[in-house]
Design a protein around this ligand. Structure first.
Ligand SMILES: Nc1ncnc2c1ncn2[C@@H]1O[C@H](COP(=O)(O)OP(=O)(O)OP(=O)(O)O)[C@@H](O)[C@H]1O
Length: 322
């Protein structure tokens, strides 16, 4: 589908430059109505610049951004009908929680009761029922981001743009809030573009993930597709694989791919410990460096010579290796 029939967001050959820096180059991406797409990439790869260009905060130097087939060049930020949410929720400190959420409502002419009902429904949606009269300064970081989300959703934006919305929170909170964000976006049928450098977060939130590297999108797919077949070693590493050479092939090892076995790749145990609740051993394998193996039986002693086996359910042979 191309041109006027395309619904949702269509980014075509987008380019953003700052002086001699090319932050975004030749990016094509479609986000269908109701879909959540994450742009995942390391710091400095250009993902914020892409998001800001979609928002209208940054001008494209080439290419186009369209919504439902209509070109957005020249349409100012506040006329695009898009919502924005950033790492720091940028709440108004002098307003209480309800006042912050109400600010997002585009129903100035609605009765006070109707507005209050909508604010209450939004607070309920983000798990903050009853928090309306709390000063925002009294909230935890996670609660503040929930308020920011409620405020961003209040005007029912046709597209929600989220730039690292959970990055300021600790890992545990990030994981639970990421899952909740997905629930909220799905429940409200919100179309969203979500920028993050954290692959777990991208996989938890998005229907599809667009991996970005050095200003370009290098692979786009569902979390399962990306995990099953990363295009190259760089993408694999970025998704959390360990990439090694094994029997003439380049192999991406997932976190659960190595186990101790009577036969296999030889290595020396350096240390043992626990990772995500499972016993593990750090094993030094010549040519690979230190890798982590998941243990089932007794923990070996440091210095022990062991063999490792690859569980191919959790490992991938890479083809287009760079
Ligand atoms: N206003 C600006 N002026 C000049 N260069 C900029 C500007 N904003 C971003 N850049 C540069 O553009 C490139 C992409 O930056 P961008 O912030 O889009 O990346 P990012 O992937 O979002 O990184 P981060 O996660 O660290 O914010 C970087 O090299 C950055 O230094």
């Amino acid at each position: 589908m191309r041109g006027a029939e395309v619904s949702g967001l269509e980014i075509t050959a987008a380019e953003v430059t700052y002086g001699i820096t090319t932050a975004v180059a030749g990016v094509d991406l479609h986000v269908s109505a109701g879909e959540v797409v994450a742009v995942l990439g390391p710091s400095g790869c250009g993902k914020s610049s892409l998001l800001r260009a979609v928002a209208g905060l940054e001008a494209l130097t080439a290419g186009s951004v369209q919504w439902d087939g209509a070109e957005l060049a020249g349409v100012p930020v506040h006329r695009r009908g898009f919502g924005l949410m950033f790492q720091d929720g940028q709440l108004f400190p002098h307003r209480d929680v309800a006042g912050n959420v109400e600010f997002g409502l585009r129903m100035a002419r609605a009765s006070r009761t109707r507005r209050a009902d909508r604010v209450a429904a939004l607070l309920d949606l983000v798990g903050l029922a009853g928090f309306g009269s709390r000063p925002v300064a009294s909230l935890s970081g996670g609660e503040q981001q929930r308020v920011a989300l409620a405020r961003a959703l209040a005007p029912r934006p046709r597209l929600l743009l989220l730039d690292e919305p959970l990055s300021a929170l600790d890992r545990e909170l990030r994981e639970s809030l990421a899952a909740e964000l997905r629930r909220i976006l799905t429940e409200t049928h919100t179309t969203a573009l979500y920028v993050t450098h954290d692959h777990d977060e991208a996989f938890a939130v998005a229907d599809r993930v667009a991996v970005m590297r050095q200003a370009q999108l290098v692979q786009v797919g569902t979390p399962a597709e990306l995990w099953r077949a990363p295009d190259d070693a760089d993408v694999a590493r970025f998704l959390g694989y360990r990439v090694v050479e094994h029997e003439g092939q380049t192999v991406a090892l997932g976190p659960d791919a190595l186990t101790l076995a009577p036969q296999g790749v030889a290595g020396t145990v350096r240390a043992t410990g626990f990772s995500r609740g499972r016993p593990t051993a750090r094993v030094d394998v010549p040519g690979w460096g230190e890798v982590t193996a998941v243990m089932t039986g007794d923990l070996p002693d440091p210095g022990a010579e062991v063999s490792l086996q690859i569980d191919w359910r959790y490992a991938v042979v890479l083809c287009g290796v760079r």
